[in-house]
Design a binder for this molecule. Structure first.
Ligand SMILES: *Cc1c(COP(=O)(O)O)cnc(C)c1O
Length: 377
């Protein structure tokens, strides 16, 4: 049996056990401790975000972002349909309604024109969405400046879901820092990991302070346990943050490696007809969290599912692109705006290839050989 190749497994730096030991020796196993603040400072320094709050997941960070913007029952929140459900569920936690919008071809992320149309149509129905969530999928920047512009014309605050894009930039500025609030994920499959974890970033000190409070059961300042509002147990633990500190030290290497893997796939498949890769907007630098390819049925008889199965037969994990939210049974009741059905087309034609930063040259050759065989026959 050949070794199994996973889509995007964790990649250790070698420093994790050292920091974990330090956390254990200091007995800071209790949730809050020195590594937690150190990890947050590391995120602040790396992204340039004035305030970072480390949390148990990216989903928790999104939930708190919605709470901070006062999203509640009956409110609408706009988000892309080409997305991961973990971005949308928190809207439902708040009893609000997601309004899905289609992608644009140049980024695969939420389309500026479709957003404009959506806001006009919601306004015509007497509705002003309470927030816009922009997602930077696969580590690729959305047209964040234009999106923030459009949203501000309608007075709609912006949450940036950069769960898949930690370390990516737009004209040199970190994704996650353009919106009113930004979200990162450090789940096991993301570019760096705390095993499970996430962060909320903002330039507002009062929001960061309130997020920390809500994340620790909304405890008021009193000697006894006093609570005047609804809270959560969302804070990242000191032990997880110790992992994060080690992982953060390697972020530049991890990004360089993921980008190199993307280029290697591109070069190795350059002569295959009907194969294209995920875009990168000029002026932006993505992290190529996952390398995604698109097959053109007019030029090749190979299909994403056929490719996926051929790879699976050799113990290689590949995955379809995100299945659009407007097609998910759990979100079927919510509005969806599209004119070109881009996300449906991406889903039909796309496949994510193994992209972990620990992928070896031999692994890459194994994968590419099968993909070439399937496409070239
Ligand atoms: C991973 C991810 C999330 C959720 O992050 P978790 O840390 O897994 O909760 C949200 N949005 C997107 C786009 C993601 O990829």
């Amino acid at each position: 049996m050949p070794d199994r190749i996973f889509l995007s497994p964790p990649h250790r730096t070698g420093r994790e056990s050292h920091y974990l030991q330090e956390a254990l020796d200091s007995n800071w196993i209790a949730p809050v401790g020195p590594f937690l603040r150190r990890f947050e400072e590391g995120i602040e320094a790396y992204t340039g975000a004035p305030h970072a709050v480390a949390l148990q997941s990216g989903t928790a960070a999104l939930h708190l972002a919605l709470r901070l913007l006062d999203v509640g029952p009956g409110d609408e929140v706009i988000c892309p349909t080409f997305n991961f459900a973990g971005c949308v569920f928190p809207i439902l936690y708040q009893g609000a309604t997601p309004v899905f919008v289609d992608s644009g071809v140049s980024t695969w992320n939420i389309c500026v024109k479709e957003l404009q149309r959506t806001l006009e149509d919601r306004a015509a129905q007497g509705r002003r969405p309470k927030a816009l969530i922009v997602v930077h999928l696969y580590g690729q920047a959305a047209k964040i400046c234009e999106l923030v512009d459009v949203a501000s014309q309608w007075n709609v605050p912006v949450i940036e879901d950069a769960a898949e894009a930690f370390g990516a930039t737009y004209e040199g500025q970190a994704l996650g820092t353009f919106g009113d609030l930004g979200v990162y994920s450090f789940n096991g499959n993301k570019i760096i990991t705390t095993s499970g974890g996430g962060a909320l970033v903002t330039s507002r000190a009062d929001w960061a302070e309130r997020a920390r409070k809500l994340a620790t059961q909304a405890r008021d300042d009193a000697p006894h346990y006093l609570h005047s509002e609804l809270g959560y147990n969302y804070r990242l633990s000191n032990v997880s943050a110790a992992l994060g500190c080690a992982q953060l030290e390697a972020i530049d290497d991890r990004i360089a490696r993921r980008r190199a893997i993307f280029t290697q796939y591109q070069q190795a498949l350059a002569d295959c007809p009907g194969v294209a890769f995920s875009p990168e907007l000029p002026g932006t630098r993505g992290i190529r969290w996952l390398t995604c390819l698109l097959l053109d049925p007019a030029q090749t008889s190979a299909t994403p599912e056929g490719l996926r199965q051929a790879l699976a037969a050799d113990q290689i994990e590949a995955r379809p692109l995100w299945y659009p939210m407007h097609r998910q049974p759990v979100f079927a009741a919510y509005p969806y705006y599209t004119t070109r059905h881009i996300s449906d087309d991406l889903f039909r034609r796309g496949l994510c290839l193994p992209s972990g930063s620990a992928l070896s040259e031999a692994d890459l050759t194994r994968i590419v050989t099968i993909v070439r065989r399937e496409i070239k026959g």
